[in-house]
Design a protein around this ligand. Sequence first.
Ligand code: GAP
Length: 470
Amino acid sequence: MIQPHESDPQSVAPAVANLDTIVSLSKRRGFIFPSSEIYGGINAVWDYGPLGVELKNNVKRAWWRSMVQLRDDVVGLDAGILMHPQVWVTSGHVGSFSDPLVECATCHRRFRLDELPGAEELSATDLRDETVVERLGLRCPIDGGPLSPPRRFNLMFQTWMGPVQDEASIVYLRPETAQGSYVNFKNVQQSSRKKIPFGIAQIGKSFRNEISPGNFVFRMREFEQMEMQYFVRPGEAAVAAFDEWLPSRRAWYEAYGVTPARLRLREHAPDELAHYAKRAIDVEYRFPFGWKELEGVHNRGDFDLSRHSEASGEVLDYFDPATEERFIPWIVETAAGADRAAFTFLIDSYREEEVRGETRVSLALHPELAPYKVAVLPLLKKRPEIVELCHRIKADLKRDMMAVYDDTAAIGKLYRRQDEIGTPWCITVDVDSLEDGAVTVRDRDSMTQERIPVEGVKQAIVDRLAAARP
Ligand code: GAP
């Protein structure tokens, strides 16, 4: 049994003490912007800028590579965001996908009960207790006003499908990708002829009308998930699969550079378990605002396939030709957030150091996650032959990776700019390059420089990228 708190929350410092550092870097350099900013923004929705979209795409690609491409037992799926509304009744989301909400009688602001100061450690039983606010003397954190007893607030967004807006046309924006994999279990299993155990992986948008979103992209109302549902024989096989997936998911973050000491596992207490879960352990990260969930690994038993079988009349079972048994598979789920993962890689890679009396800011991003793999820089932009050679090298690199040319400052400043956005390598073309046909390759983290012949420079970068790949 994993201890609820594997390490002392105070013993591991966050990578960045103040979240504002990352928020302002993200805005300034084009990673993440507030949505609809010119209209004052919309709460809990964020837009990914030119560098952010590269980072997030690279995170999703890295996840897909590890979960689908490198495995023989996991296949992909891309189900719709809108699904038959009965899916969400059957899954339990219409009935119980809710958070405890309290309202201040004075300012009428609403809060998630478990995020109020003094209520963070409440058990799930307490969170459902109508007397808890009075019992603990909880007050509004803004104006100290009295708070209402908690009521359950359903997190699903709803809209109408078709031209008539009535009860019968209500559909929901999915709050998780998982249900798309469950209702497609037979389609996927029969078309791919996969034998159990096998998994279905999905990456896609999910929506939750969170009561108290915040901490930048940590909790949003529109976000992206990377979920994998692993179908196994009932009972012991699910326990074994859970025990295999949990460490491998934690190791994935470490393989892409997250500091191991800032990761820990936290087991859900029995009264904290989601309605579908037999067992759940979160991979948590030490964010600047505390230890928080990065990803959940869940043993969902046969809850999902049994419920959908009963409600739809389509029996979602599996026939094992080896044992001639028919059974409803159990599911082990790994449920991660693409935004939360990208945010974690961004924070954890942030470095500040003194170099020759100046502060050097860099993102020590894993090369595979970095938005640009390489920048090509001229030492003298006034020499057309140097600029022309830069463009030739960059054009060649661009066929295989994200590469960029920049000549808008002196070389020292150009290096700093690339450091700050996490570009692992810079190629500099100087006057000597025109004579000796070699260029300088500078490494972001060590700042060491190496002279490499122009003809071999692309291969050198390709080799470095391949060597870094987990
Ligand atoms: N299918 C199970 C499921 O959805 P979850 O723990 O509710 O489980 C999985 O969500 C992951 O999705 C979380 O660990 C987190 O990374 C991400 N996630 C959930 N809600 C989020 C939100 N409001 N904003 C950003 N990411 C979120």
